[in-house]
Design a protein around this ligand. Structure first.
Ligand code: HEM
Length: 393
């Protein structure tokens, strides 16, 4: 009853939720063939996605188990491939556990709360500039500058280098040939910065990582580069997406926009409901069944890909009342899993929540006349990142 590659069909892309509703209703994983021709099992129920995210036999390092999947020796890999292979997000325990332990202290609620005054100042500057301009692009002028500057501050990238840092971030995620070149340039830059921090430590993440590196072999050079690169790219497009979709949803739901202007303390609720209703991550980076796995009412053969849909889980009617309605007053919102779950739970969740909450607060307080400068119907077909979000202040 499902097309072989329906998930990627342009018609389904326009409204993936109807597809996920149907997948969920079958009560089992649904087989799709991905654009590269791989078998890809979609799971879309809330409880089932949680089970998948926790499952010890669903993971990333399939080459360790797969008979045909010989792991290449490190010296056979290019520098870019080596760095990519060391990304926290694509490792299983025990390497994942070790690397995550080295950075997690910098991202606790308490650690990121220290950044609140700094982020508030940044937000005030962006909002003040928008007010002067009158007509703005919600992406370029409000959302885009936030995460890259915040992560640069946290990592310890000196201010004059930040425009370059932003350009690398864009190039690395672009999946073009520029991406490898940017990875190499970024790695070389980090080598230099790490050397400076080794000589004179500062109160920043690079200095902490360098200290680990020096205390033995707990973190090698490629791992350091991979970690910092992941922090940059995992938090950029996702946070921009959250802030810009939050603005769009508020402006297309006038009663809720009014409620936020009347009570800016609702900003935290806007963050959570935007994450649930239109989270930045549709499906977590695909995993593999590391052996035959019984899950979600079905059986996934060893070495097939598993697609755990956060969009599906966050609209599950057995968990959320009227799941397809955007409602910042709902009381069940905290059950959303837009940041994932389990060992890979988003490291930057506290930071992303803080940044977007401050932005929504400041926008409601200081840009009360903000409105869309395009027909909302046109916006439905927009890919906000590429087409922008035209606004009048
Ligand atoms: C992992 C979502 C912002 C850093 C994840 C995962 C999700 C996610 C769903 C789990 C991926 C998986 O299970 O494979 C989001 C969303 C964000 C956001 C929705 C913004 C609204 C950030 C920020 C940072 C960040 C600001 C940077 C500080 C990471 C890292 C991981 C991760 C390092 C990998 C963790 C691991 O593998 O242990 N994120 N993220 N994220 N996120 Fe975020």
């Amino acid at each position: 009853e499902f097309g072989v590659s329906e998930l990627w069909d342009p018609v389904v892309r326009r409204d993936p939720h109807r597809f996920y509703d149907r997948v969920r209703a079958t009560g089992r994983p649904v087989l799709q063939i991905d654009p590269a021709g791989n078998r890809f099992w979609v799971i879309a129920g809330h409880a089932d996605v949680l089970e998948g995210l926790r499952h010890p036999a669903i993971g990333h390092e399939v080459h360790r188990r797969c008979p045909g999947g010989r792991q290449p020796a490190w010296h056979e890999l290019s520098e870019v491939a080596r760095i990519e292979a060391r990304q926290l997000i694509s490792l299983d325990p025990p390497d994942h556990t070790r690397l995550r332990g080295l950075v997690s202290g910098g991202f606790t609620a308490r650690a990121v709360a220290r950044l609140e005054p700094w982020i508030s100042q940044l937000a005030d500057r962006l909002v003040a500039r928008a007010r002067q301009q009158g007509r703005i692009d919600g992406i370029a002028d409000l959302a885009d500058p936030v995460p890259v500057n915040v992560i640069a501050e946290l990592i310890g990238i000196p201010e004059p280098d930040r425009p370059q840092f932003r350009a690398w971030s864009a190039a690395i995620v672009s999946a073009s040939i520029d991406s490898s070149a940017a990875t190499l340039a970024f790695a070389a830059y980090l080598d230099e910065l790490a050397a400076r921090r080794r000589a004179v430590p500062a109160d920043d993440l690079i200095s902490q990582l360098v200290a680990h590196e020096e205390q033995g072999d707990r973190l090698d050079r490629d791992e350091l580069v991979a970690l910092v690169q992941l922090l940059l790219i995992a938090g950029q497009e996702t946070t921009v997406d959250l802030i810009s979709n939050g603005i769009r949803l508020l402006l297309t739901h006038p009663d809720q926009w009014q409620a936020l202007r009347d009570d800016p303390l609702l900003a935290a609720a806007v963050v959570e409901e935007t994450l649930r209703f239109r989270g930045p991550v549709e499906i977590v980076p695909p995993r593999f069944a590391l052996e035959d796995v019984e899950i979600a009412g079905g059986r996934i053969p060893a070495f097939d890909r598993v697609g755990l849909s956060l969009w599906g889980a966050n609209r599950d009617p057995t968990v959320f009342d009227r799941p397809h309605v955007f409602d910042i007053h709902r009381t069940d919102v905290r059950k959303h899993i837009a940041f994932g779950h389990g060992i890979h739970f988003c490291l930057g969740a506290h930071l992303a929540r803080l940044e977007s909450r401050i932005m929504f607060e400041r926008i409601a307080q200081q840009l009360p006349d903000l409105r869309l400068a395009v027909d909302p119907a046109v916006l439905d077909g927009f890919r906000l990142h590429h087409d922008g979000l035209p606004l009048e202040v």
